[in-house]
Design a protein around this ligand. Structure first.
Ligand code: GUN
Length: 279
């Protein structure tokens, strides 16, 4: 029987654990605070930001919303970040991406103090992960590790194949699997014989951005398949990068879409906020 990895359940467990910690901190007089900045009103960003605020409310984290207009200048945005960097009552700072074209995203990410970088996007956070130092880890890959650990799937010594090399998912995912003593291969658009490489995997993490691309012909029997993708298909139904109907029967364990990796991202963001508050 294929193990269906329930991200909804696992993310709920994590949020409940955090809620308990935050309640205890409050009793000691410490309130954790996350500042969320959204520039403009991209509808997808508004949904994501709304979900982050809701999660904060559930756990008991104070959220400060900075909803600033599309025309906000880079200088103004840097000014807000600077003010929040210097505000001791704010523990985490998150600028919802993408930012409008006239703002340099890299400059914005670099301006956030690494000690408040709950997204784990700052070069110092990424560097710390690479050399095994303490720092915030990008939420989606951190969530994948939690899914594996809490489903009792061993990583140490296993062949781990990651498809995708983005700064937010593929690269940190690979570093995290390596940190857990996996043998890691990173695949991307120029990889030759992608299918053959994927078939070696005991753990296959798919973050390729193409709906239902990975079917059973890419998967070794009994492998764990983690699907990071989320898309709407031609019938407006949510699907991932993995062709679930084809892969599920041969996988040892698999994440569904929706209800797999998706809910873990916010749970791990909340975890990073609590850690930021403890520092
Ligand atoms: N836009 C899409 N995903 C994310 C995320 O994880 N963090 C931020 N800041 N923006 C995003």
């Amino acid at each position: 029987m294929t193990q269906i990895i329930d991200g909804k359940l696992i993310s709920q467990q994590i949020k409940d654990e955090l809620k308990e910690k935050v309640t205890a901190l409050k009793a000691e007089g410490k309130e954790i605070c996350l500042a969320v900045i959204q520039v403009g009103n991209d509808p997808a960003s508004t949904v994501y930001v709304g979900n982050k605020k809701k999660a904060c409310e559930y756990i008991g984290i104070k959220s400060l919303a900075y909803e600033v207009p599309e025309e906000t200048t880079e200088e103004e945005l840097l000014g807000i970040i600077d003010k929040l960097n210097n505000d001791d009552s704010v523990h985490g700072i998150l600028v919802q991406l993408p930012v409008p074209k006239h703002i340099n995203e890299e400059k914005i990410i670099n301006a956030i103090s690494p000690s408040k970088d709950v997204d784990g996007f700052h070069p110092a956070s990424v560097g710390a992960l690479s050399i095994g130092q303490k720092g915030f880890v990008s939420c989606t890959p951190a969530g994948v590790i939690q899914l594996l650990k809490r489903s009792n799937i061993e990583i140490s010594g296993k062949e781990c194949v990651v498809i995708g090399r983005s700064n937010i998912v593929g690269k940190p995912m690979s570093m995290l699997l390596l940190r857990e003593n996996g043998t890691v291969t990173i695949c991307h658009s120029r990889t030759k014989d992608l299918k053959e490489v994927c078939k070696r995997a005991d753990i296959l993490v798919v973050a390729i951005g193409k709906p239902r691309m990975i079917d059973a012909s890419y998967v070794k029997e009994g492998a764990t398949v983690i699907d990071v993708g989320i898309h709407r298909d031609e019938n407006n139904k949510l699907c991932g990068d993995v062709d679930y109907a084809s892969v599920e029967p041969i996988a040892g364990a698999i994440t569904p879409v929706p209800g797999g990796v998706g809910p873990m991202t916010i749970a791990m963001l909340m975890n990073n906020c609590v850690e930021a508050g403890l520092n």
